[in-house]
Design a protein around this ligand. Sequence first.
Ligand code: FAD
Length: 645
Amino acid sequence: MTKSTQKNQQQLDKQSDLASDEQTIIDTSKMNADKAASLNLTEAARDNDLQQKSFAGQLFMGTCQTDLIFPFPTQTSEEQNIGDKLVAEVCEFLINHLDAEQVDATQTIPDDVIQGLIKMGLFAMKVPKKYNGLGLSQVNYNRVMMAISAHCGSTAVLLSAHQSIGVPQPLKMFGTEQQKDKYLPQFRAGKISAFALTEPEVGSDPAKMETTATLSKDGKHYLINGIKLWCTNGLIADVLVVMAQTQPKTLTNGKQVKQITAFIVEKAMPGMEVLHRCDFMGIRGIQNGLIKFTNVKVPLENIILGEGKGLKLALATLNTGRLTLPAAATGMGKYCLAVARDWGNERVQWGMPIGKHEAGAKKIAFIASSTFAMEAVTYLTSHMADDPNNDLRIEAAMAKLFCSELAWEVVDTTLQLRGGRGYEKASSLKARGEKPYPIERLMRDCRINRIIEGTTDIMKLFLAREAMDPHLKVAADLLKKNLPVEQKIQAGVKLASFYSTWYPTQWVNSTLWASNDKLGKLSKHLSYVESNAHKLARTIFHYIGLYQDRLERKQHILGLLMEVGTELFAMAVTCSFAKSKLDANPEDLTPQYLADVFCLNRKRKIERLFDTLSNNDDHKENKLAKSILNGDVEWLEKGIPWVDY
Ligand SMILES: Cc1cc2nc3c(=O)[nH]c(=O)nc-3n(C[C@H](O)[C@H](O)[C@H](O)COP(=O)(O)OP(=O)(O)OC[C@H]3O[C@@H](n4cnc5c(N)ncnc54)[C@H](O)[C@@H]3O)c2cc1C
């Protein structure tokens, strides 16, 4: 076993098994049984023990440890050369051989394109050299994905589903030597993989998993039965990671808990059947489908990480896996920026290029500054992923949330700047002799990023769980059921002593004496992040006090708080990125302008978010939604054609 695999396994093994009501830090006693089961399952899979410092995580506790993100990490020149060379090769290939509009129209990535990708080693980008892969760092991998995503979303998703969540990543992290020796070299030869977790009843809630893996009588293999939905690459994959329920675990109190296990399943194993190829709004070239498993016989040695550890594996894999989405978002942003610059100059209306009318100028500034921030967040998190000592789950979730949401706005803004041409298909533009910028396709392609690998809502809930963790840990003993009164009193004293020191410091504005002068014109933005981290921390504390265990149901409030944290993170990272560029080339002040505009823009958003916490219509909206779900407002739906399916 390699050192890094051992470390990954140890980190997961170190966690206490929280798979019982008694041990779960969150009180599930007032939840319905389904919700409690879902929560217990994800809590059990959650990394509970990682101690590494997270800049983003600490923001929620009012700490702004800037040395964790300053100076902005950079590639060694050797690493940079590797990336530069491959990105240039990929760009040339894409321009000359990949017609993304054709892929979209025909729903097919041509075979010669796939062969070209194989030849460049792109199906083994993150596979270590030892297994004949390219052994790319996450930074270089994401640089390549940025380039591909800007050109063809379908091709980017083919490669990303294969190696961000498909077989290479979990094997690299948790595979046995035998599993690595057997499978990893195959990817250089172009074998394709997929990841199958989702089912018709399992979207964001893995506790509802119905696919089963039953141990054979001789104990030598498992039989997998069930249906997996929306499995990207599922139609063409040679090998898949399949999540299935194995024998439930019986706890000491007699309760049974669901166990989810990850299996490597080969296409060659009989019993796999594609029931349907799914057709989507965007990324139309992906081979995604509904797959049925009937008594698929999988040997014991094909379990990854261990029985019952499938969900832990999925969560750990996704921490790095979801970093492809920020890279994709940045690639799209860069493309939009190029289109906006060109069209903003070229299109003249009412006596001026549209980019010089104020409405156009604002759009262009937004597209550019947002793209700069997305690039900053993508690179920082990619660098973090390259150091196995980092706990990047909060940063990765924020990067995914921030970039997928912002890219959608950036593409929409670009489409608006293009006017009617933004809405027109590239093929139609080309047919009538205009520049065929495919913004219409980009918009369709980029919409999925807000859904896959954790929807926006789920990312906010995920972040909320992590943000609350330090508070939950301080209060853990107090929250325990059946604890003797003396111990409860002790726990209360411990809690009071922690908060009596911590809370007052959240009112102290340390930026008054600790300036960020080294940042020059951007220093005020970092000071803003520092003082607003305090504000965020004390606001979270106030809401914990106000709602206590009901806070978990206040999803809007939690979401706003998580957005504030995410925006503060993005501001700080963008300033750090700008500073590194200014240091490298002091003559060029454009990074400062980009970061400045981005931060000014986000400050206004943060003020709005804080304001909405106490100034919202949650109560009335909840009441109205309940009434709508009851059918009280069906009259409003009248007057349209409606088929009751
Ligand atoms: C193109 C495409 C490719 C995909 N590729 C893969 C793949 O390769 N492998 C794979 O396993 N899966 C894949 N998926 C599945 C994808 O990961 C899921 O769509 C995603 O996890 C969300 O699940 P769902 O669509 O069932 O939504 P649901 O979970 O049903 O959610 C519906 C809505 O409710 C919200 N919601 C859900 N739970 C809560 C809650 N507790 N609180 C508040 N809001 C909530 C969600 O945010 C969402 O807005 C793919 C999907 C698509 C469309």
